[in-house]
Write a protein that binds this ligand. Structure first.
Ligand SMILES: [Ca+2]
Ligand SMILES: [Ca+2]
Length: 235
């Protein structure tokens, strides 16, 4: 459990990603406050931000499930089974290219538990700033820091193909692009920047459209008015 807590702290606070916490990062991340709180609080699960045992347990179980041979390493074929095959091969390839984040696992082509904790935090909480940075780097194929139509289309193609295979009514990319632009409202219509993503409450959904089929379908089948409403009431 202690390791999961440390990875969580670094995920949210160490934005430089260099493994060293600076005083500034400590102040910004409210870590000291969270630690004091954990000290006073008897029930650790009440201190949700970094120290929840329930969170640790869920993350650990998911890792164990995917790591079928239990050598504490996960490869692409393992990760593709994540959450009922929710993710596309293309996004899993990008995660394993280690562009969004270099793995700390020493074994080539495999992610260790720490790498998995980073992945799952990004996947399950897409709207946090580190997650937006993580997924932007995944989709940004040419690494120029902005997302273009072609880059988004490359990832969406596989979603479209999967919908066709499942005999779902396909939603074509043109419509998807309009929907995404509508959600993010980028300053410049030709590309999406990190700033645009941070400025929208729906950025996480835009990423789901591009590479998480289960979350995309759940989102599509809901009434857009209700979705907007739930976002304004929780945001
Ligand atoms: Ca394994
Ligand atoms: Ca780009």
């Amino acid at each position: 459990p202690a390791e999961t807590v440390i990875y969580r702290i670094f995920y949210y606070i160490n934005r430089a990603g260099n493994g060293c916490l600076t005083l500034r990062e400590l102040k910004r991340g409210n870590l000291v406050h969270a630690m004091l709180h954990a000290d006073e609080e008897d029930d650790i699960n009440k201190v949700l931000r970094y120290f929840s045992y329930e969170h640790f347990y869920v993350i650990y179980c998911k890792f164990w499930e995917l790591d079928t041979d239990h050598d504490f390493l996960i490869d692409k074929e393992n990760l593709i089974r994540y959450s009922n095959h929710a993710l596309t091969y293309r996004i899993v390839d990008r995660i394993f290219s280690q562009v969004p984040r270099k793995f700390t696992s020493k074994v080539e082509g495999k992610m260790g538990y720490e790498d998995f904790v980073y992945f799952i935090l990004a996947e399950e909480d897409k709207s946090s700033e580190p997650s937006l940075e993580y997924w932007l780097k995944c989709i940004d194929l040419d690494g120029n820091g902005v997302l273009t139509r072609n880059e988004m289309q490359f990832f969406y193609e596989e979603q479209l193909h999967r919908m066709e295979c499942m005999a779902q009514e396909p939603v074509f990319f043109e419509d998807i692009l309009c929907q995404i632009m509508d959600m993010i409202k980028p300053e410049d219509d030709s590309c999406i920047t990190l700033r645009d993503l941070k400025g929208s409450k729906l950025s996480g959904n835009a990423f789901n459209i591009l590479f998480n089929l289960n979350k995309f379908m759940a989102f599509e089948s809901r009434d857009p008015f209700l979705i907007r409403q739930s976002f304004t009431s929780f945001g």
